[in-house]
Write a protein that binds this ligand. Sequence first.
Ligand code: NAD
Length: 391
Amino acid sequence: MLLKGGIITPIDIGIIGAGWICEMILDSLQKKGKDKFNLTAVCDVNTARLQELKSKYAIDKIYTSADELIKDSKTESIVIATPPFLHFEMGKKALEAGKHLFLEKPGSLTVEQMEELADISSRKGLKATIDYVMRRNPLYIILKKICDAKIFGFPERAYLENYAHDDHLLPSHWFWDYEKSGGIWVEHGVHFFDIVNWLFKMPVKVQAINFVRNGEALIDRVYGFSLHEGNVVISYYHSFTKPEAFEKTSFHFIFDRAYARVDGWIPEKLEVEALLNKEEEEFLTETLLRNSDDYLPGVNIDINCNILAEYKGDSRFFKGKGKFFTASRRVKIEFSLKQDRWEVYKASIFKGIEDLTEAIKDKKESLEVTLEDALNSLKIARDMEKSSIKI
Ligand SMILES: NC(=O)c1ccc[n+]([C@@H]2O[C@H](COP(=O)([O-])OP(=O)(O)OC[C@H]3O[C@@H](n4cnc5c(N)ncnc54)[C@H](O)[C@@H]3O)[C@@H](O)[C@H]2O)c1
């Protein structure tokens, strides 16, 4: 980033890996970021794909070697969007060349590699982050604010049901190859571990089962649980077995006085059923929404509140976990996003890159998502993997 006559010029960004996620990144930069970002170059080993993206997005420079893009003096920040086994090596070279880093997840295959990236970036004073898109989602931001304010009391349990699609994943795809992807816990689970770490802190214990698909020697389903402080137990089920049009994800969170559910892998709806007093209801339906258009610029929230029951006099007293509490209503509140999932997805990616840019420009002290977050979720993923029984 250069200051020319007091005007902040856009950040120069290069992308390594021109696959599926790269196109999402290009779409989001093109739509929202023209004045903030300058795409200097894209690199891929697949020249046909490079040519396709070059003409579609009017890309100036293309490279077939990551080293060449990293050397490009015009590139100030680098997005690493190759398959996972290349993240560490490319990320390390980029940092050593003095470039800021936007890593696709998981960012590395091992904890030691991620520690090394975090160490180099802090030693060299470079900014680095990871593309945990769910963290940018307004519905998880709402859930985080609810957890921080302890509006529903304490958490007791959470469970994830994640039915993902595998119809585009041929058996030869890098996703199924442990050496290249790290497996489902590492390649995919990190997103959800990060959300849980953000909401409830790190677990104290994990245990997993990995299921091998009959006849194909590939793991397409994993189940595991993590135990957290206060005996909060969280389970995760990931299954890569569905057609894309039929995939479904829901993350359930159970608190002393509420059941909450986030629907969609790119969340589209948060439904809460809770026993509340007036002030808590106001917090949910008014305070939380006051600045909600800023949660993820371009994405807006709708709210729908239904009163399921009203309590007066003695019926306001409830008992759970051996403790009394009061509530004046049982309500069901639905927060939903007005934009469609693709728009939300791209806005979330954009927010991550924008966050990196603002940290580079010293507009904010620290990144919203750091390599320490990446490291923590990777640690849990590796522990799940290590603890797993294969059946
Ligand atoms: N944050 C998210 O929501 C999200 C979503 C999807 C994928 N991802 C991550 O993004 C990464 C890429 O996933 P994808 O779905 O785009 O994969 P992809 O297979 O579609 O694309 C990967 C690209 O990297 C290129 N490549 C391979 N080796 C290379 C090399 N040595 N130099 C340059 N390019 C090389 C391939 O040719 C391919 O075009 C993965 O780590 C994945 O986990 C993140």
